[in-house]
Design a protein around this ligand. Structure first.
Ligand code: DON
Length: 578
């Protein structure tokens, strides 16, 4: 099976040699195709790492160089990000990891999403008048879910890695203990969030100098408490985090400020394996994250709807293509509001949502030339029940393994609260629950019964770590931060490669669009032409240009070559090959 990617690329090669048709081996094609292109991915043959921070990329690249596999490199990158990018890299949050092994021909998903504490209650974020109180669900100790990152990373390493936890944590410990040079992005992030972080003594003393002034680009940033915490975990294993001194510090922090997490919650936390959502788009196999993330279900659902249209003929980012994408997106986000939640607690009609038949029925309601107002769209009827910063990285090795990992503490710097004495930030993931039916969360996402707060339940996510396979071979490894925009960002990189034949760097960099049903607004990045925007307005869309969306660190593998595309939307991202 050759997808559009190869068809288009051959055409372009032919065009480059003046229209004369050439018969190229696929390897020759790969090298040739990049000649003359506007953007170039980083190339490698033995491995590729793409993360949002160059120091994490370098730590992981070193692991691959020393013969480690993609899982070893992934766990190393994740801990390094916890030290170098505290706005999203974490040990106080949670996430999802997809691992594809070509040798075993399997794709598995590790769910290390945070859980609600055992004492959480359905109305814990409602004030006395019954209104959802954003301050409490986002910026208090009640905002924290029980962290899953340490257990999830250790599980990945134990089951699929070849190095010890100690080895995987060593670069992070060094970065925290000896410090690293502050970048403009690091400095700016802390300046921007000064109010939120300085509210807490424990946070102020970590992220600002003793006199309260800022860390400026070029300064050394050292984290002694974090280094000590990481060292304890590295020496004593994950029990340290969930039952040892670290757990005690976290629980003391909770007790002091009215938080709910207990030693029992910490001890009881377990990550788990989930079956990834699987779909097929124009012959490519799509594997993405299943509940408690909505990401995979909706990436597949939107692709299924769009498969019925000749997208590549309509063209990349043309008004016609964007119109159809937006129409599919709104209907899918309406479904999200009603059907998605933690499958350990509710039944999610996953088969129905991701079926081609349901997609066909949704297509029937789409007018090819006219926007349907969101007010007239409600969650559909899938077939019956069959029973502001995150960070993503993608890594592949020479052994046929691919890792796609997205993890988060929800907002940039989570709740802004550092655990006193432990040096790491608490997530504010509890805001991803539906605090009250119909009241949007921080990303404007609406939920109801399926995503209500329950003890020990995982809050619904949009994180969509994704691996696309082509004839049983890993082909595309991708995923992004961006809250509600994660799903549509991931979707567009897949489409840019499969439908539009873009190389991975171009696919990652291309301007993106987003619609999430409510608000009824087509959000775009800069870079669409005025006549495209006019075309969309003429079809009835309210178009709003806003800030950039997502940071999709991606890899494409073709003919034995690995192509890395770091998202230019992050100044510190780096793709590095071997
Ligand atoms: O799990 C989720 O969907 C959100 N907590 C992700 C937050 C996020 O991506 C923020 N980053 N831009």
């Amino acid at each position: 099976m050759h997808g559009k990617f190869f068809q288009l690329s051959y055409t372009r090669v032919a065009a480059m040699v003046g229209g004369a048709m050439m018969l190229l081996s696929q390897t020759a094609y790969s090298a040739a195709i990049l000649e003359g292109q506007r953007m170039h991915p980083v190339q490698g043959k033995e491995g590729m790492v793409v993360t949002s921070h160059f120091l994490a990329t370098q730590s992981a690249q070193e692991v691959l160089k020393n013969g480690g596999n993609a899982i070893d490199a992934a766990v190393t990158a994740a801990f390094s990000l916890a030290a170098t990018q505290p706005r999203s890299g974490n040990i106080g949050g949670g996430g999802f990891m997809l691992i594809s092994s070509e040798k075993k021909n399997e794709v598995v998903a590790i769910d290390y999403r945070e859980k609600a504490p055992g004492n959480a209650t359905v109305d814990m974020f409602l004030d006395k008048d019954g209104n959802a109180d954003k301050g409490v669900s986002r910026y208090s100790h009640l905002a924290a879910g029980v962290p899953g990152t340490v257990a999830g990373l250790a599980m990945a390493l134990e089951q699929y890695g070849t190095i010890s936890l100690k080895e995987a944590m060593a670069p992070a410990i060094k970065l925290a203990e000896e410090g690293f040079t502050v970048t403009p992005r690091f400095s700016n992030g802390l300046k921007k969030k000064e109010k939120m972080l300085k509210k807490w003594d424990s946070s102020r003393k970590i992220f600002y100098k003793a006199d309260g002034s800022y860390y400026e680009p070029g300064d050394l940033f050292v984290q002694k408490d974090l280094a000590a915490t990481l060292k304890r975990i590295s020496q004593n294993g994950i029990k340290e985090f969930y039952e040892g001194k670290t757990a005690e510090l976290l629980v003391a922090e909770m007790a002091k400020h009215g938080g709910l997490i207990t030693m029992g919650d910490m001890k009881n936390y377990t990550p788990g394996f989930r079956t990834p959502v699987h779909g097929n788009y124009r012959g490519y196999d799509i594997y993405s994250m299943s509940p408690p993330s909505s990401g995979g279900a909706h990436v597949v659902q939107i692709l299924n709807i769009l498969e019925g249209y000749p997208i590549s003929d309509y063209g990349h980012n043309s008004a016609q293509t964007i119109h159809l994408m937006a129409e599919a997106m709104k209907r899918v986000y309406a479904d999200r509001s009603s059907y998605l939640g933690d499958e350990d607690f509710i039944k999610v009609p996953l088969k129905g949502l991701t079926s081609k038949k349901y997609a066909a029925s949704i297509r029937e309601g789409i007018d090819i030339k006219k926007a349907t107002p969101s007010s007239t769209i409600a969650p559909g009827k899938p077939l019956p029940y069959e029973s502001n910063e995150t960070t993503h990285f993608s890594i592949v090795d020479k052994f046929g393994n691919a890792v796609s990992n997205t993890y988060t503490i929800n907002f940039s710097y989570g709740s802004g609260i550092v655990v006193e004495g432990a040096g790491f930030l608490l997530n504010n993931e509890m805001d991803d629950f539906s605090a009250k039916p119909g009241v949007p969360n921080a990303y404007g996402l609406i939920g109801g019964e399926a995503n209500k707060i329950e003890p020990n339940k995982r809050m619904l996510s949009s994180m969509s770590p994704t691996i696309v396979k082509n004839e049983d071979k890993n082909f595309l490894v991708t995923g992004s931060p961006g809250g509600s925009r994660i799903i549509t960002t991931t979707l567009q990189v897949i489409m840019n490669v499969v439908d539009h034949g873009l190389n991975i760097q171009s696919a990652v960099a291309a301007p993106r669009i987003h619609h999430q049903w409510l608000p009824d607004q087509l959000r775009i990045e800069e870079g669409l032409s005025p006549d495209t925007i006019k075309g969309l307005q003429d079809m009835g869309h309210e178009v709003k240009q806003k800030s950039a969306m997502g940071a999709i660190q991606s890899i494409m593998i073709s003919d034995g070559m690995m192509y890395g595309g770091a998202d230019p939307r992050r100044s510190t991202g780096l793709a590095a090959g071997l």
